[in-house]
Design a protein around this ligand. Structure first.
Ligand code: LLP
Length: 471
């Protein structure tokens, strides 16, 4: 039955031989065992673009974008409203990704002048861009307002005054959303959960002890006082890598309640509720990404019911998925260098061997394992092997013993220098959080489709890094 087929599966049906999650939809193996992305052998790609390299499965990224667009559009149409989708550029942004997202009818969610400038350079119109941040500078606000950015998400009381001042100076009426914290806390690691109270983002919907008004309501009333601001809506982002919809549902109910309170107090109808991003993906075999269709219908149901119960019209609903579009569509390809075996003594006294497999990148191209203890899956990419698997640890080349990409994994015992290793699901927050630690140049971002490979962002060079040095 077409209606019940998950769009999460639809785009993958076109990929015969798919290895399954967490690999991209078009990741397969050739007859001789070499991995292929969209029919391109990874060993050939390694020769062509070098390693390490971030590879993006172009059609998978677009397929995920379409799956989200279709699921959310249909689910919110069913409750009589429209949906606006923004690709969260912080997950991974370059001009091509921005353009692809825009072609699939996404706007771009940005968080700095750098991301905003990239989205604008890609040709995304200002009104389809959102600007976030707990500490936007005056210059960033001037740039955004001059570019006609359609959604500025205000994050604090002082910022409301600053945005109003900059908009007034530009002679504009600036649409803003007030970022609220709903007390709903979802997602993996504490650092990536953003809607509980004790953190830097947003304004609480709950009055502080001893106060009669919530900070969120105070902010809304303040926005309404500013002639240069237009109150477009309310925003909530509850966290990241969320694998069920309950948190979104609770946040949606809290936003609808605040919208109803605003309507009752000021007869102002909230036009848009933005529920942020955070949809989780599979990182390891056996895990399953959140199904966009199930999430969309659950959240839409909650929004529809809450608006009905409180007697307000259903506003437009916005979302800002990042990881769920690009995360699983990307892999990192590394070359194996030094291999070293150590003996490890377990707590019970038994001694076992561990193979340290060093690759030509590490914490500078993927800091998530160190930052969040994030777990990844990897496989030998240039061949398959019948050698018995051994307990291995995949480490980088940085001068730091915590530079571990995968703490514990079984790899074929005959793994050797020059082999290629592919790490799955590195499309989100790999390149965008990469550093130059040890003055290691950041890897390129390379799009792959049936016609071949296209470098979207070239490999950094030591000359690029040294070019900043004025000494
Ligand atoms: N909207 C807002 C306001 C956000 O703060 C974020 C993520 C997103 C959307 C996109 O969330 P996504 O759909 O990608 O989960 N660097 C971390 C995650 C921090 C994300 C911060 N905000 C990581 O590597 O997991």
């Amino acid at each position: 039955m077409a209606e019940t087929t998950s769009p999460a599966q639809n785009w993958r049906e076109t990929a015969p031989g798919w290895l399954g999650e967490p690999w991209p939809a078009n990741l397969t193996r050739a007859d001789d065992g070499a991995m292929m992305l969209a029919g391109q052998r990874l060993d050939d790609l390694a020769t062509e673009v070098g390693t390490p390299a971030y590879l993006v499965d172009e059609n998978d990224f677009k397929g995920r974008a379409r799956a989200y667009r279709d699921a959310f559009t249909q689910a919110f149409e069913a409750i009589g409203t429209k949906v606006a989708l923004f690709y969260a550029g912080k997950a991974n942004l370059n001009k091509t990704l921005a353009r692809w997202a825009a072609q699939e009818s996404f706007g771009i969610d940005t968080t700095s002048s750098g991301e905003l400038t990239t989205a604008l350079a890609a040709g995304v119109p200002g009104e389809r861009i959102a600007l976030h941040g707990n500490n936007k500078s005056r210059e960033e606000l001037e740039q955004a307002i001059a570019a006609g950015v359609g959604h500025i998400i205000v994050d604090s009381l002082p910022e409301i005054e600053l945005v109003a001042e900059v908009a007034a100076a530009a002679g504009k009426s600036q649409p803003v959303l007030v970022r609220v914290t709903t007390g709903v806390h979802a997602g993996g690691h504490e650092y990536i959960s953003t809607a509980h109270e004790d953190q830097k983002f947003g304004l609480s919907v709950n009055p502080a002890p001893g106060e009669s008004e919530s900070a969120a309501m105070t902010a809304v009333l303040k926005v309404l006082e500013q002639p240069s601001l237009e109150l477009l809506g309310l925003h909530s982002h509850i966290g990241s890598q969320i694998l069920d919809s309950a948190g979104f549902k609770a946040a949606a109910q809290a936003l609808v309640k605040l919208a109803a309170d605003i309507y009752r107090r000021r007869s102002v109808a909230i036009k848009e509720l933005d529920l942020g991003g955070g949809f989780g993906i599979a990182y390891l075999p056996g895990q399953t990404s959140l199904d966009p269709r199930a999430a969309a219908y659950t959240i839409a149901g909650a929004v529809g019911d809450a608006c009905h119960a409180l007697g307000i019209p259903v506003p437009k609903i916005a979302f800002e998925p990042g990881r769920s579009l690009i995360g699983g569509a990307g892999i990192t390809l590394y070359s194996v260098g030094t291999i070293k075996q150590v003996s490890v003594k377990a707590k019970d006294g038994t001694v076992f061997p561990r193979l340290y497999v060093s690759v030509d990148g590490g914490m500078s191209d993927n800091m998530r394992p160190m930052l969040y203890e994030a777990e990844y899956h990897a496989e030998l990419a240039n061949r398959v092997s019948d050698a018995p698997p051994v307990l291995a640890r995949i480490v980088g080349k940085h001068c730091e013993s915590g530079d571990i990409l995968i703490r514990s994994i079984k790899l074929p015992g005959d793994i050797k220098r020059g082999d290629l290793i592919a790490v799955a699901a590195t499309g989100a927050y790999g390149r965008s959080m990469a550093s130059n630690y040890n003055m290691i140049p950041r890897p390129p971002v390379v799009a792959v489709n049936e016609s071949g490979a296209t470098v979207l962002v070239r490999r950094e060079t030591v000359a690029d890094i040294l070019g900043l040095d004025q000494g």
